[in-house]
Design a protein around this ligand. Structure first.
Ligand SMILES: NC(=O)c1ccc[n+]([C@@H]2O[C@H](COP(=O)([O-])OP(=O)(O)OC[C@H]3O[C@@H](n4cnc5c(N)ncnc54)[C@H](O)[C@@H]3O)[C@@H](O)[C@H]2O)c1
Length: 426
């Protein structure tokens, strides 16, 4: 296969840690032609980790894109509200794109980008990584072979996890919808995409309720301080920054974790750098006194073209992560648990059986194995070695998921009004 050379805009959790690293996994398929970030320390880290020559390191995506075409494809991994400008310019320069979600928090920009990519005939894959997981691949296969007949209804839960909510949606990058995206788009465009993909139909109507229950000043415990370091009641608080970033068995640096989420606080995490970050930076703020406004729970009802219905619950208040999906069909029922990697199939006219995904696939790192499979497929598509498959997340397919999220947010803000999807598609 022809090696695909990529330029990476944005060297944060996704650009550097999830995607640049694929060069080690697929050394015959990918090479890094250039990188850009406005944070010099991230550019330095990329240079050190992947040996990028200094003349191929840029101080912003804008600067990189102003140099003409430096590779075959661009990975757009900047923040939500930058995607449209970076992606449009990159398409015009001549790149195919691996584009982080959301395409844009603005429906009009989503439409314009779809049109631009079609007009210029460029390939764009949007990073709906879950489609590329062995877990959802198997679920899709089961539905396509009719394991439960026609799907009539789906119940889908996105378990955010209490500390993930505090990290990303209260203290972190996605806390404020005006600065980034509404949470139902940011977190659940993946879920909307899965529902459309699994059912093979577009949505026609959407309604939604939700709000911010916990993370606001009125809910602050008596005696709590502005920052965890000065809080008198931190022992009883599960959102205490020291617990999340130092001592938690899964996420804390003292328990051996140097990856996400601690690598968001500091590029090279150890006890000292993490303590410094939570002592002075945004991730040490009291969760009841941040400038956050995104929801911590939301439900969405969806009606599809063929009459099937789906109900999505996104909630911060869970201890475990992953998604739970119950699929109710005319010939059977499925209970699928992403966290456990198990799919329990219950045909009405036969014996129940379990599919254990861990027995089907070995590498389930990085979004249950979705990250690397997404990149590998994209590289093969750009190299011309593969054709689009049933799971390819084209820009147009991804836009559908975004329109549902936009409709859900409009409904929520308008008291649960039923929104006709034509309001967004046309
Ligand atoms: N597909 C998924 O499952 C998934 C998961 C998490 C995040 N995301 C998305 O990926 C995107 C990036 O998220 P992240 O967690 O990596 O965030 P991040 O903040 O860690 O990384 C973004 C990087 O962009 C850099 N940047 C800002 N302005 C720039 C500019 N003008 N030019 C070049 N670089 C610039 C920042 O300095 C930062 O390093 C977000 O839009 C997010 O929604 C997707």
């Amino acid at each position: 296969m022809k090696k695909v050379s990529v330029v990476i805009l944005g060297l944060g959790s996704r650009g550097l840690h999830a995607y640049a690293d694929c060069v080690r996994q697929f050394p015959d398929k990918m090479e890094i032609a250039a990188v850009a970030d406005i944070r010099p320390e991230m550019v330095e880290l990329a240079k050190k980790l992947y040996g990028i020559p200094p003349e191929r390191c840029f101080t912003s995506g804008e600067e990189l894109l102003s140099c003409g075409k430096l590779g075959d494809a661009a990975f757009i991994c900047t923040q939500d509200r930058q995607h449209f400008a970076h992606a449009s310019k990159a398409l015009e320069v001549g790149y195919d794109l691996l584009l982080e979600k959301p395409i844009s928090p603005d429906p009009e920009e989503c439409r314009r980008l779809v049109e631009l990519a079609e007009r210029l005939n460029r390939r764009v894959s949007v990073c709906h990584v879950l489609r590329y997981t062995p877990f959802y691949g198997e679920l899709k296969r089961l539905l396509d072979v009719g394991a439960v007949g026609d799907v009539v209804s789906v119940q889908h839960i996105e378990n955010v996890i209490y500390w993930h909510q505090a990290h990303s949606f209260v203290r972190g990058n996605w806390r404020n919808s005006a600065e980034t995206s509404p949470m139902i788009l940011q977190k659940c465009c993946h879920d909307m995409d899965l529902l459309v993909w699994l059912l093979g139909e577009r949505a026609v109507k959407v309604s939604s309720f939700g709000g911010l229950h916990e993370f606001r000043p009125e809910m602050a415990p008596e005696g709590s301080g502005e920052r965890c370091a000065e809080c008198a009641v931190r022992d009883g608080c599960p959102f205490d920054a020291e617990k999340i970033y130092l001592t938690n068995k899964g996420t804390g640096v003292l328990a051996g974790n140097t990856g996400w989420p601690v690598d968001v606080l500091t590029p090279e995490p150890d006890e000292k750098s993490v303590r410094r970050a939570i002592g002075t930076g945004p991730y040490g703020r009291c969760v009841y006194r941040c400038d956050n406004d995104v929801v911590d729970h939301q439900v969405v009802n969806i009606e599809f073209e063929g009459g099937a219905t789906a109900q999505l619950t996104m909630c911060a208040f869970t201890k475990r992560g992953g998604r739970d999906t119950v699929i109710m069909g005319t010939r059977g029922q499925i209970i699928a648990n992403l966290n456990e990697q198990t799919i329990h199939v219950m045909p009405y006219d036969g014996d129940n059986y379990d599919v254990d995904i861990r027995k089907l696939a070995s590498d389930l790192r990085g979004h249950s194995g979705g990250d690397t499979r997404l990149v590998e497929e994209f590289l093969e598509l750009v190299a011309g070695d593969a054709k689009e498959s049933v799971r390819t997340t084209t820009l147009a397919a991804s836009a559908e998921s975004h329109y549902i999220a936009f409709a859900a947010e409009r409904s929520r803000l308008e008291g649960g009004r039923t929104v006709d999807m034509r309001e967004f598609r046309e």
